[in-house]
Design a protein around this ligand. Structure first.
Ligand code: MN
Length: 249
């Protein structure tokens, strides 16, 4: 066999509640503006079709149940913001729906969902805003290192498919985001079906499904705790690192 030039990067794997098995991650998709109140605070006010962006899989920070992650405060920003989200984890069945994961019908889309987790879509809001103004891609605002802390996956076989329930986040013990899954403009089945019209979904894919209103700026030393009713909670015990000049031109 051919030798690799260097060791292949490890596959990012998430813990699964109540199981010794791990969930290997393939791709990470995210939905933009999927709660009407957050869409309004970002300057939009109607139900538009969902739109998607991605984070690299290795931008995830897996956090085991009962623990908290320390996240490096990223370079090139003066406005790091939190977004608490329900994350959908697609399992083996997704490959059997539609045309092997492409064009999955909304009626059967939930069959492809293995489970759910709580995730933080950390965002360099200043970089994202600059990109929006220039109609540039969002990658440098969204896909930086450690931009996706994520908790354990709760299998749908145990917890069902949550369609309503509290989604919340606290910074240093103070409530900042408070919403309900029922406020999602596009529900989980609709998100999966819509995304599958663009590309083939596969086992190991994650979808961050958007955030309710109340996003705000965090600084070094801040603590985040967030949760989704029926799924779990997720904590960042601090943002670490020395201050440095924002760059990226
Ligand atoms: Mn988001």
């Amino acid at each position: 066999t051919m030798a690799s030039l260097f060791p292949p990067p490890p596959v990012v794997a998430l813990t699964i509640a109540g199981s010794q098995a791990r969930f290997p991650v393939r791709r990470v998709y995210c939905v933009g503006r999927n709660y009407a109140d957050h869409a309004r605070e970002m300057g939009a006010d109607t139900r538009e079709p969902p739109f998607f962006f991605s984070k690299p899989a290795d931008a995830l920070v897996p956090v085991a149940d009962g623990t908290a992650a320390t996240v490096a405060y990223p370079p090139a920003t003066n406005n790091l913001q939190h977004e608490v989200e329900l994350v959908v984890a697609l399992g083996p069945r997704i490959a059997e729906l539609g045309q092997q994961g492409l064009n999955v019908p909304v009626e059967t889309a939930l069959e492809g969902v293995f489970g759910y987790a709580v995730g933080f879509d950390l965002t360099r809001r200043d970089q994202q805003q600059k990109a929006k103004e220039k109609a540039h891609p969002w990658d440098m605002g969204k896909g930086f290192d450690q931009s996706g802390p994520i908790g354990a996956i709760v299998p749908a076989a145990q917890a069902g498919h949550p369609a309503s329930g509290a989604i919340w986040l606290e910074v240093n013990g103070e409530r900042r985001q408070s919403g309900d899954l029922a406020q999602m403009s596009w529900n989980v089945a609709e998100v999966v079906a819509n995304l599958s019209t663009f590309l083939r979904l596969a086992p190991g894919d994650l979808i961050f499904t958007g955030t309710p209103a109340g996003v705000s700026t965090v600084v070094r030393g801040d603590t985040l705790v967030g949760g989704v009713e029926g799924v779990g909670r997720l904590a960042v015990d601090r943002f670490a690192g020395k201050a440095h000049a924002a760059g990226g031109g």
